[in-house]
Design a binder for this molecule. Structure first.
Ligand SMILES: [Zn+2]
Length: 76
């Protein structure tokens, strides 16, 4: 009787572990493929789609002009 309880507990534990694994394997639901990640211009703080942003390392700019302005402000 006691042994049966242990076996039952073990089975429940295994089922829980397997369920957890299955849950983590499910990819996150995509919220629309057309949604473009937006980034912020480090110079004018304006949000713009990442696809049209100018990137410099980890920073993004709305235009090459603002990239240059930001670089100038950093150096001096
Ligand atoms: Zn800008």
């Amino acid at each position: 009787m006691f042994r049966n309880l242990i076996i039952l507990a073990a089975i429940v534990l295994i089922v829980m572990i397997v369920r957890n694994r299955l849950r983590t394997q499910i990819p996150p639901i995509k919220t629309g493929d057309k949604q473009v990640e937006s980034v912020r211009c480090a110079q004018c703080k304006q949000f713009l789609p990442k696809t049209s942003a100018v990137s410099q390392g980890e920073r993004y700019f709305c235009s090459a002009d603002h990239l240059k302005t930001w670089q100038d402000s950093q150096s001096g």
